[in-house]
Design a binder for this molecule. Structure first.
Ligand code: CAA
Ligand code: NAD
Length: 283
């Protein structure tokens, strides 16, 4: 199946990045969110990235203009009426995602593939909100999307082979490396990464070391590009908490219990870099 048009739902840090790489690969993109000002922020981030690519001679000015012109925006889900693929990147919440998928199932043409960038939620359950379970699939990008090579591809119970192959080919066209993963809570990436981040938060909570010391141990001792607390701020502490809750509930094992300090920060609205404050402060 040939893909020409893509809609990205959610213009946050992931949605904006996904829209950018889709436009760079030549797709016509509609970027959707619930509020105009959020979309404007997403488009601004894309423009900054594209202009930096021109400065670094990775793109000509003409290519940059072409790329930016491929992106249009909408606060109406009905803009999905003519697209070939939807990539949903709204908040990590099952009710929000199933509501979006239920509506998309009504709005989009029969051939449209509905992909989700969920970090941890069951693809099969999201697909069950639609009458096209064969066309629902997980397409899990990593943050920052323009930089990270991996896309985890996750089939739901009923995902068709054609849909899998179409999304796999699309990931390659986006200059990413697709890796197939089964539909288990947190897939592979967050099943391994998030307990490490949660453990780092427990280390801070229990006073084992300062936040800077914890981050330095993992940066200097294990060669991680970011310490786990910096990475948690970068991902978003709300997203980290949602993922830990999915792991805890999905596996029923207390080793996935979210650290109370993580809950406290999210309750305080200290969601990390995207709001200017998490474990660290950002200007
Ligand atoms: N958007 C676009 N490009 C970005 C960017 C962003 N947010 N942040 C950095 N970059 C680009 C920079 O422009 C730079 O490119 P150039 O060299 O061409 O200018 C390049 O990335 C390197 O950036 P910096 O030199 O500023 O900084 P760095 O070398 O420390 O790299 C990083 C930044 C790539 C983010 C690096 O710190 C890193 O790899 N961190 C870990 C990221 C990670 O683990 N991501 C996975 C998170 S988990 C996830 O995504 C799954 C989930 O479901 C939660
Ligand atoms: P974010 O908070 O930056 O953005 C989420 C966006 O979704 C917001 O702009 C919000 O307005 C929008 N939204 C909320 N409800 C909506 C609705 N009903 N319709 C349309 N838009 C709606 O979050 P993010 O970090 O971009 O994460 C988005 C998704 O990507 C989540 O499922 C998350 O788990 C996943 N993800 C996140 C990361 C990461 O590192 N942050 C990495 C991979 C995957």
């Amino acid at each position: 199946m040939e893909i020409k048009t893509v809609m990205v739902i959610g213009a946050g840090q992931m949605g904006a990045g996904i829209a950018q790489v889709c436009a760079m690969a030549g797709y016509e993109v509609t970027l959707h969110d619930i509020k105009e000002e959020i979309i404007e922020k997403g488009v601004f981030a894309i423009q900054q990235n594209i202009y930096r690519a021109v400065e670094k001679s990775r793109m000509t000015e003409v290519e940059a203009e072409d790329t930016l012109q491929k992106i249009c925006t909408s606060t109406h889900l009905h803009a999905a009426a003519h697209v070939d693929v939807v990539i949903e990147a709204a908040v990590e919440n099952m009710e929000t995602k199933t509501n979006i998928f239920r509506q998309l199932d009504e709005i989009t043409p029969k051939h449209t593939i509905l992909a989700t960038n969920t970090s941890s939620l069951p693809i099969t359950e999201i697909a069950a909100a639609t009458k096209r379970q064969d066309k629902v699939i997980g397409m899990h990008f990593m943050n920052p999307v323009p930089v990270m090579k991996l896309v985890e591809i996750i089939r739901g119970l009923a995902t068709s082979q054609t849909v899998f192959e179409t999304i796999e080919a699309m990931a390659i066209k986006l200059n990413k490396i697709p890796v197939e993963v089964r539909d288990y809570p947190g897939f592979v990436s967050n099943r391994i990464l998030m307990p490490m981040i949660n453990e780092a938060i427990y280390s801070l909570y229990e006073g084992v070391a300062s936040k800077e010391a914890i981050d330095n141990v993992m940066k200097l001792g294990m060669n991680h590009p970011m310490g786990p607390l910096t990475l948690a701020d970068f991902i978003g502490l709300d997203t980290c908490l949602y993922i830990m809750e999915t792991l805890h509930q999905g596996f029923g094992d207390d080793k996935y219990r979210p650290c109370p300090l993580l809950r406290k920060y999210v309750a305080a609205g200290w969601l990390g870099k995207k709001v200017g404050k998490g474990f660290y402060e950002y200007s």
